[in-house]
Design a protein around this ligand. Structure first.
Ligand code: PLP
Ligand code: ZN
Length: 499
């Protein structure tokens, strides 16, 4: 839609100017640092940083109804920079000029209602937000769009060249980082560190295809993360892990979209989110709090964070009584929710702060963490996949988390849950195949249920001409083959011929 055709009162606000007063806040010493530099830890004390907007109050000067109308209308505006996560520019990273924004088709992923056949099995209605429909097939694109837009902006204003962007990854961060870096061409070199054998072949293919330099390291993600942290401390490289606070602001868009997709009525909703490095849950809490302060939403939804029993430091922290909680990293064991298989989440200090703020605003029964086992995760994924929902293993983890939360009475069947399927099912297809073939028992402790397994059936044709490679059949031979194959399939399916 053309700007001229929008309502008169919205026209001046449709295309946002640079605004706000962003800065890095240190969670340890409280120092504030200027935003026009790349910082991952506090230069004063080494603490973890969060981006905050000193002029956030300006967003509250307008009524919530203004923002709702503006964002809903903006969806009709054909301006690339505002098509993705920056639809919510004013709340997200308002310091970045639109001309520096990189858009590769991320964000605005569909929310799909679970079919009633599945809802009946689970015992509650629910929706799934299909984050696998992002360009690199996971939600990580949201944060990368923001981080790389910021980097693009800095490269321009500081005249940088030969920037090297690095990240460690459980598979999806590197896929997203490499993709967004590749869109910037020669000015940026993308380097990714992966724990060898701990990302799926599909995930490994992604940074390779995007032309990144890929290092495979021994150990698990937590080990690669330590190396990449050391690299960014000692050398001039741009860190693209969620330690980079721009990633977190980009991922706030998930919360803004959920709000928009439910007409800003979140009070009666439950958001279910898998937790690994805790960047996503942090971003979601932060986004919800901002939208709530500006009265864009009617209230704060309940949050259920989910972890696998085999990588559950966040669950272990929150199950301790309030006031006497201590944080302990865990040594992870192999988990099919491999993208969240993290024992020492980098964003834990952010989650600690934000979950407290959240509970202050929304009440003590607004934030829960549940743990689920590997079998529940696999069965959750397969069950969803059998009902039209292409969820990944972490999406399966959310479904398992929904069942656990219902079972423990943390939520009731009358509440509406929104599950975060953080990536596409196809990235994790090897876990599906391993399950089907009964290969998950030893390493993951998951035994295959016959009714959930599936395999292709060969068609054995005897005394019939068969098409061979490079040689198609013709005439009577082709006819004989088609008839024989049709017969064999009809027989297997016990079809009755039309009369
Ligand atoms: C990264 C990732 C997670 C975990 O998100 P965090 O922000 O690390 O907590 C979950 N699922 C998928 C598919 C991921 O790529
Ligand atoms: Zn500090």
């Amino acid at each position: 839609m053309l700007v001229d055709d929008f309502p008169v009162d919205l026209k001046p606000f449709l295309i946002p100017e640079v605004s706000g007063e962003l800065g890095y806040d240190c969670l340890s010493c409280g120092a504030r640092h200027a935003p026009d530099q790349l910082l991952y830890t506090c230069p004063a004390c080494g603490g973890l940083l969060m981006l905050t907007d000193k002029k956030i109050a300006r967003l509250q000067e307008k009524p919530g109804s203004f923002w709702r109308r503006l964002f809903d209308h903006r969806l009709m505006l054909n301006l690339q920079a505002l098509k993705g996560v920056f639809t919510f520019h004013e709340f997200l990273a308002p310091n970045i000029p639109l001309s520096d924004i990189i858009y590769l088709g991320e964000g605005h992923s569909p929310v799909v209602k679970a079919p009633s056949s599945l809802a009946n099995q689970v015992g509650a209605n629910f929706f799934v937000k299909m984050e696998g429909q992002n360009p690199s097939a996971s939600f990580k694109d949201r944060g990368m769009a923001a981080a790389l837009s910021m980097l693009n902006y800095l490269v321009r204003i500081k005249n940088l060249d030969q920037v090297i962007a690095v990240c460690a990854s459980t598979g999806d961060t590197s896929a997203a980082a490499a993709l967004y870096a590749s869109s910037l061409g020669q000015s940026l070199k993308s380097v990714v560190l992966l724990p060898k054998g701990k990302v799926t072949p599909q995930q490994l293919s992604q940074p390779l295809g995007a032309g990144a330099t890929v290092f495979e390291l021994p150990g698990v993600f937590d080990d690669s993360m330590k190396v990449v942290e050391r690299l960014s401390e000692k050398y001039h490289v741009a860190l693209l892990n969620s330690k980079n606070p721009w990633r977190v602001v980009g991922q706030e868009s998930y919360a803004y979209e959920v709000a928009q997709q439910f007409d800003y009525a979140l009070l009666d909703k439950v958001l279910i989110v898998p937790v690994g490095n805790a960047g996503n849950i942090t971003a979601i809490l932060s986004g919800l709090l901002k939208f709530h302060k500006a009265m864009v939403i009617d209230g704060l939804p309940k949050i259920v964070a989910v972890q696998s029993q085999r990588a559950n430091p966040v669950f272990r922290f929150f199950r301790q009584p309030l006031g006497s909680r201590t944080y302990c990293p865990v040594v992870v064991k192999p988990s099919v929710a491999q993208a969240a298989m993290i024992g020492d989440p980098v964003s834990f200090p952010r989650l600690d702060v934000l979950s407290k703020q959240y509970e202050q605003e929304a009440g003590l029964s607004s934030f829960f963490v549940v743990e689920v086992d590997e079998t529940a995760i696999m069965e959750g994924m397969l069950q969803a996949n059998r009902h039209g929902l292409t969820v990944c293993t972490q999406g399966g983890e959310c479904l398992a988390g929904l069942k656990a939360a219902l079972g423990q009475g943390l939520i009731t069947p009358s509440e509406t849950a929104i599950l975060d399927s953080t990536a596409h099912a196809l990235k994790f297809v090897d876990f599906q195949n391993a399950y089907f073939e009964g290969r998950l028992a030893q390493e993951y402790g998951v035994t295959t249920k016959a009714e959930l397994a599936n395999k292709p059936r060969p068609l054995i044709l005897e005394n019939t001409p068969i098409p061979e490679p490079g040689q198609t059949l013709t005439g009577a031979q082709k006819e004989a083959f088609v008839e024989a194959a049709t017969q064999a399939i009809a027989q297997a399916l016990t079809l009755v011929e039309k009369v």
